[in-house]
Every structure is written in structure tokens, then in C-alpha cells.
Design a protein around this ligand. Structure first.
Ligand SMILES: Cc1cc2nc3c(=O)[nH]c(=O)nc-3n(C[C@H](O)[C@H](O)[C@H](O)COP(=O)(O)OP(=O)(O)OC[C@H]3O[C@@H](n4cnc5c(N)ncnc54)[C@H](O)[C@@H]3O)c2cc1C
Length: 303
């Protein structure tokens, strides 16, 4: 279970004391504040704080004195224009602070997104919880034969059981040894900062992660993509749903131009134009490599 009864009661009491404010408020985001959205077997994402709403984006774009809103339709149109033309700084006016609980191997991918502020749970100071990510059977898959950076067929019953057993036994043994090394009953014991080093990468960590909407969209574009590793993708998809409630116009533009849209190279654009003119374009006369052509075909076929 990701949250203890005490933690749930802390969240409920934080939600029970709303305050009057002059700041921009997004009703969609208010509904999410502090609540934990469960992800994987022990993880979660919850919004701790946010700044701005769709109006804040147009307000900054127009460098306006007031709320900056003419009409919701005009605002949405301007936001789409900004997204379409990569005018990104107005999106940086919105910020969000998340509390995330995630396995360390997911955190390794996540932390590569440098344009955020992070504060992680200290395993030098505190003792790690006995919580490990153990994949659901449908996520236990063999190495992909076509993609070196991905998984292929789901493991069959006996093979899934065999690897699950290894994962569970290793996690339990590592944690037992961790506790044994920390123990100071009649022994010197080992410092927390050293004892943690035998813990596996599927143990859960936690952090506060703060970023702006422009960089969050960049993160979502890469990590909510269907090619992203499942274990980080489910976090990105959870955040994407929250963002859709927070800034619906900006998220709509992002979905249209970034998540659902595609970028073509000059060669790809030329091939598309030739195809539309009725020419039979093949990889041989496209000017593209085999890999580029395969991806181009997938793109126009919608695969
Ligand atoms: C499918 C996939 C596979 C990947 N595989 C690998 C891998 O095998 N090995 C690996 O190491 N990483 C890998 N990565 C991580 C990837 O290389 C990026 O580090 C990660 O996606 C973060 O992207 P970013 O740098 O654009 O984001 P951020 O760090 O958030 O930066 C956003 C933008 O700010 C600018 N920026 C930020 N910091 C700097 C800087 N110091 N100097 C210059 N510009 C800066 C850049 O324009 C950057 O695009 C992979 C990512 C994906 C999505």
C-alpha cells in the first residue's frame, strides 16, 4: 500500500483547510492537490503545489496588467498559436511541485530531465522502507528481438514464475542483509550511507520534483510516448491526466501538436509531396536510409 493511514489523514487535514487567495486558481488542479494517485505496486504521484493556469500563459504572452483574458476561445487560440510556433516561454510561467514515490531504476531515467528542482529522500539520514517494485505478470517480458532498447513477448507461465521468484528472493535477501548491517545490537553496525549500497534498483525512493510547464511537456513528450519504458510511462501518463485538468487549453494544444503530431525531415517532406503527386516512392529513390524509411512508413501508416 503506498500510503499509511497517518499519511492519508495528513492529506485529508491539509485539504480540509482551504484559504482565500488572490492568486490564479485552476479548479481542475484544486481537485488534485495533495491527493495521491497510485502508480505501479507501491508508487504514487501527488501535487503539492502549483502556480498559474491557462490564463497565466496568455497573460504572460500579452504581457498584460490584468487577468489577460479576453474570451476563453481567444485564449485557447493564442495558446495553440504559441505551441505551434514553439513560443515556449509563456508556458514556463506555470509551475508544478510533485511528490513522487518511484523505484530507483525509474528515478535514474527521470533524473536525466535536468530542468527541474529535486529533493530526494535521504538514505544517509533515514532507513529505506522494505518496498520493492515487482512487475505484474503481464509486464514480465523477454528482450525484444527488433528493439535493443525494449521488451518483446510476455513470458509464459513457468518462466514468469521462475523470474518472479528470483526478483522476490533477491529483494528480500538484500533487505534482510541491509537490516542486519544496520543493526547495532551488541555490534558496531554499519552507517546507513554505506549499508544502503547493497539494495537493489527496484527499491522505492521518494522525491519532491518541481518544474515548469514547458519542461514538463518535454518530459511528457518523451516519457508518455508509447515507446518509453512502461515503468516510467505510467508515471508520465498519470501526470498527463493531472496536467489536462490543470491547464486544459495548453494540454489540448500539447496533445495536438506534440504528442499526436510528428516532425518530418526535409527528405521525408519531399517524399510525402511526391507521393501526394502520385509518384511511387520507395526507399531506394527516397534518399533515406533503411531505418529512416521504416520510421517514415510507420509514421504515415499511423503505426
Ligand atoms: C527513448 C530514450 C532513450 C534514452 N537512452 C539513453 C541512454 O541510453 N543513455 C543516456 O545517458 N540517456 C538516455 N536517454 C536520456 C536522454 O538522452 C536525455 O538525457 C533525457 O531524455 C532528458 O532530455 P533533455 O536533456 O532534453 O531534458 P532536460 O535535461 O530537462 O533538458 C531540457 C533541455 O534543456 C537544455 N539543456 C539542459 N541542460 C543542458 C546542458 N547542460 N547543456 C546544454 N543544454 C541543456 C537542452 O536543450 C535540453 O533538451 C534516453 C531518453 C529517451 C527518451
Amino acid at each position: 500500500m503506498p500510503l499509511t493511514p497517518d499519511q492519508i489523514s495528513e492529506i485529508e487535514s491539509a485539504r480540509a483547510t482551504p484559504r482565500h487567495t488572490l492568486r490564479a486558481v485552476s479548479e481542475g488542479m484544486e481537485a488534485h492537490l495533495y491527493r495521491a494517485h497510485e502508480v505501479l505496486d507501491h508508487g504514487f504521484v501527488r501535487v503539492i503545489d502549483y502556480m498559474g493556469d491557462d490564463g497565466a500563459i496568455v497573460q504572460a504572452a500579452r504581457v498584460s496588467y490584468g487577468a489577460g483574458t479576453k474570451a476563453a476561445r481567444d485564449d485557447a487560440g493564442l495558446i495553440r498559436y504559441l505551441m505551434r510556433h514553439w513560443h515556449s516561454t509563456p508556458f514556463e510561467m506555470c509551475e508544478v511541485k510533485l511528490h513522487v514515490k518511484l523505484p530507483i531504476f525509474v528515478a535514474r531515467q527521470w533524473i536525466r530531465h535536468r530542468t527541474a528542482n529535486v529533493n530526494e529522500y535521504s538514505a544517509r539520514y533515514s532507513i529505506m522502507d522494505r518496498e520493492f517494485y515487482i512487475p505484474a505478470p503481464e509486464q514480465l517480458a523477454a528482450q525484444s528481438q527488433v528493439n535493443n532498447q525494449g521488451r518483446g513477448a510476455v513470458l509464459d507461465g513457468p518462466e514468469a514464475a521462475r523470474v518472479l521468484e528470483i526478483l522476490k528472493t533477491d529483494a528480500a535477501r538484500s533487505y534482510d542483509h541491509y537490516e542486519e548491517m544496520l543493526s547495532q545490537e551488541g555490534k558496531q553496525g554499519l552507517a546507513r550511507e554505506l549499508a544502503r549500497m547493497n539494495l537493489p534498483a527496484n527499491i522505492y525512493t521518494q522525491w519532491y520534483w518541481k518544474t515548469d510547464l514547458h519542461n514538463l511537456f518535454h518530459f511528457l513528450r518523451l516519457r508518455a510516448d508509447r515507446h518509453a519504458q512502461y515503468e516510467i510511462r505510467v508515471y508520465a501518463e498519470t501526470i498527463a491526466r493531472i496536467v489536462a485538468d490543470w491547464v486544459p487549453a495548453a494540454y489540448g494544444a500539447f496533445e495536438d501538436y506534440r504528442m499526436g503530431g510528428a516532425t518530418l525531415s526535409a527528405k521525408g517532406l519531399d517524399c510525402l509531396r511526391r507521393m501526394l503527386a502520385g509518384e511511387a516512392v520507395t526507399q531506394e529513390n527516397s534518399g533515406m536510409s533503411k531505418g529512416e524509411w521504416r520510421e517514415f512508413e510507420q509514421l504515415i501508416a499511423g503505426n
